[in-house]
Design a protein around this ligand. Structure first.
Ligand code: SAM
Ligand code: SF4
Length: 328
């Protein structure tokens, strides 16, 4: 039994948000006062998350990304990672984090063979970083960066490109890949900011970012990426690391999508841009068996929309929730 949609795309990748809480208040993700967090009992428990992951892994999901909110804000997150790591059907467990709380956990993450850490860092300048995240934690995040860089974990930096904030640092980030074996990924900003006031200036989309880089360097190598990769990947010749651009908003990557999402409250999403298809938490709490869950997953994935534009149109209301509730 496999998860395949009607366009023949096989689903093998789950993005699971372990919490809607966060210690930062990034401008593009939520308003300054934060979002209305849900009551704790509405969050999936670790046991429920473990079970959902196991059932999905029996349907061919072999890669999980843990995200949020900030995963490390949730108590016992590292213990949960440990239990997930016993699932031998999973080839990869990855984490997306803002890095402010994790520097003490890095040895453990290495021990658990976490495959890759995506560290969100939108500026290399302390003041600007504080302006974007509304918290003065650059020093902690940079410390995490240095420790991760020295560790044997694969490291990717996530940089959301925001007009007027960090476009002048694109080249600085690429220069970072000169001596470091890291991947820097520039992400197009999306309107998932929990009804914050930011207007998306679409000017800095994929094309503008790559043109900006091409204007700076004489030569750029295009790298072969996995079919389902979310980013188009490049490298400056002789640089140790590489960089990618994620066309998250212009959505040119949907054809090869292999992803599904489960939010912290158990909402199953076939696409980042859909409004949530059904609540697996309620289904579990009503007594669903593993076979019931499998049947529902198979049926629902079959209805995965062709691309993010179709998903957005189908939902019929604005995509204005916070990325921290969706699980970015
Ligand atoms: N708190 C963790 C972090 O920041 O890495 C994990 C959750 S966060 C929602 C996951 C990723 O989504 C981060 O790299 C963040 O920069 C990105 N993100 C959040 N809001 C976004 C938006 N409106 N547009 C594009 N990317 C966004
Ligand atoms: Fe928190 Fe991540 Fe959203 Fe920033 S992007 S507010 S760190 S969830």
């Amino acid at each position: 039994m496999e998860l395949t949609d009607k366009f023949g795309r096989r689903i093998s990748y789950l993005r699971l948000a372990v919490t809607d809480r966060c210690n930062l208040r990034c401008q593009y993700c939520m308003p300054a006062q934060g979002i209305n967090i849900v009551d704790k009992k509405e969050l999936l428990t670790y046991k429920e998350m473990y079970r959902l992951t196991r059932v999905l892994s029996e349907l061919g999901v072999n890669k999980v990304r843990l995200t949020g909110g900030e995963p490390f804000v949730r108590k016992d997150f590292v213990k949960f990672l440990e239990s997930l790591s016993y699932n031998d059907k999973l080839d990869e467990i990855n984490i997306t984090t803002n890095g402010a709380l994790i520097s003490n956990h890095i040895d453990k993450l290495e021990e658990l063979k976490i495959n890759s850490i995506n560290l969100s860092i939108d500026s290399l300048q302390r003041e600007k970083f504080a302006q974007i995240t509304r918290r003065d934690v650059f020093v902690n995040v940079y410390d995490t960066f240095e420790k991760l860089d020295k560790s044997n974990l694969n490291l990717k930096l996530n940089v959301v490109i925001q007009s007027g904030f960090n476009t002048d640092e694109i080249i600085d980030f690429i220069e970072f890949t000169k001596d470091k074996n890291i991947v820097v990924r520039f992400i197009e900003e999306m309107p998932f900011n929990g009804k914050g006031q930011r207007q998306i200036d679409e000017e800095w989309n994929y094309s503008k970012i790559i043109d900006h880089i091409k204007n700076h360097y004489q030569e750029i190598e295009t790298l072969q990426s996995k079919k389902s990769s979310t980013s188009k990947n490049f490298k400056i010749p002789n640089y140790k690391g590489s960089f990618g651009i994620i066309p998250a908003f212009t959505r040119t990557i949907c054809n090869d999508c292999n992803r599904i999402r489960i939010t912290a409250t158990g909402m199953f999403k076939n696409c980042l841009f859909d409004g949530g298809v059904f609540n697996v938490r309620d289904f579990i709490r009503e007594g669903a068996s593993d076979d019931d869950l499998k049947a529902l997953f198979i049926k629902t994935v079959h209805k995965k929309p062709e691309n993010g534009f179709v998903a957005e149109k189908n939902r019929g209301n604005d995509v204005s929730e916070s990325m921290s509730t969706i699980g970015g």
